[in-house]
Design a protein around this ligand. Sequence first.
Ligand code: FES
Length: 90
Amino acid sequence: MAGEKPVCVALVKDQVKACAAKCPHAGARMAEGYIDALGNIVCPLHRYKFSLSGGRNVSGEGYFLKTYAVEERPDGIYVGIEEKNGFLGG
Ligand code: FES
């Protein structure tokens, strides 16, 4: 969770990445997928692949996965969630 928003957080080559908790195709939980050898997140349901650097659907089905900026600080990991009036870390 980032604030009240569910997100999927993944460790990719020593970097923390964050994306939407649900797949844009049919709503599968992205946290139940896996990271492939190229660092893409793979949905557990139909295996569509998405870049965690921008959300592009690299397997070509035409969907887009929302990704979030991540900042690692001494007191924790902050995910930039867009709010109506700016950004909120959490
Ligand atoms: S639900 Fe993720 S690819 Fe279909």
